[in-house]
Design a binder for this molecule. Structure first.
Ligand code: ZN
Length: 302
């Protein structure tokens, strides 16, 4: 893989159709292996690993024991709006603590966006499921030394308590939160932020619902009507391992226990229904449905 994490020239696109709604994937990094599984999932035991490695390896955890991750946006095209959900890492962003995302200079994201037929000027809304570094990056781009909104006419939706939390963290220690400096606050300053509750409904086809735990006010997005619907999960799950064992937390969870309850609730509700889930970080195709598996759940890729 080239150093920017891209896979050369190939545009990665997928179209998911739900009636008159189309969901496109816009991939920035594919099959990236940044984190060792035992570090990424601190409560994963050797016993559970041995019991499950047959189905996990090499697809979800590679032979070296690293979690296989995709970094992507989901672009929802409805008859009324183009909505980009999560905005990946972005270019030219100084991330001294994350070498794999430091000062990226790649055309992969824009190529993959262009392949959907929707341009930056066509995006009406950007929604950030939460305000972590890999979900806000393309909110802004560098223009003559200034961070300006990448999507010139978009409103950017942030959950109120999420924005409050990260703004306070940034106030305490700006250097430790560079993505807030360059990818969140410039949107607020440009008066492009629409601060909403994590229960906000955009219209009958698109509404947010709270999936807290990974961060304080994380939301997921429900798309379409019952029977022909999808859920954009954001980071309420990072690996099918956390469907099989909903209580396994991820290294930077705000409240790992609450994140486990969130997974049990959502997967219990969606179990054996036609609802398609679109997972931010699962390897391609990054989509699937939920069924029961013992005390937990299985993701049937679709
Ligand atoms: Zn993430």
């Amino acid at each position: 893989m080239p150093p920017d994490g891209s896979q050369g020239e190939t545009a990665v696109t997928t179209q998911i159709r739900l009636g008159d709604i189309t969901i496109h994937r816009v991939v920035e990094q594919e099959a990236a292996t940044f984190f060792a599984a035992f570090e990424f999932f601190p409560t994963l035991t050797k016993e559970l690993w041995e019991e499950n490695r047959d189905w996990l390896q090499p697809r979800y955890i590679d032979q070296a024991g690293k979690v296989v991750l995709c970094v992507q946006s989901f672009l929802v095209q409805t008859p009324h709006h183009n909505i980009l959900i999560d905005s990946c890492v972005g270019n030219h962003k100084s991330r001294p603590h994350r070498p794999m995302w430091n000062m990226l200079d790649s055309d992969t994201y824009h190529k993959n966006l262009a392949a959907t037929g929707i341009g930056v000027a066509d995006i009406d809304y950007v929604m950030c499921t939460h305000l972590h570094v890999d979900h806000v990056g393309w909110n802004t781009r560098l223009d003559n030394g200034r961070w300006v909104p990448t999507f010139p006419k978009a409103k950017y939706l942030f959950a109120d308590r999420e924005l409050e939390f990260w703004t306070a963290k940034h106030k305490e220690d700006a250097a430790a939160h560079p993505w807030v400096t360059d990818s969140v606050l410039p949107i607020v300053e440009a008066k492009r932020a629409e601060v909403v509750k994590s229960t906000h409904a955009l219209n009958d086809d698109v509404h947010l619902f709270p999936t807290p735990g990974h961060t304080i006010d994380h939301f997921s997005v429900q798309i379409g009507r019952t029977g022909r619907d999808a859920v954009i999960t954001g980071d309420m799950i990072h690996s099918p391992l956390q469907a099989r064992y909903p209580d396994i937390g991820m290294r930077v969870d705000y409240d790992a226990k609450q994140a486990g309850v969130t997974r049990r609730n959502l997967f219990g509700r969606l179990c054996d229904t036609p609802t398609l889930l679109c997972f931010a970080h699962f390897p391609s195709p990054s989509t699937g449905r939920i069924t029961r598996w013992g005390d937990g759940f299985k993701v049937i890729e679709a």
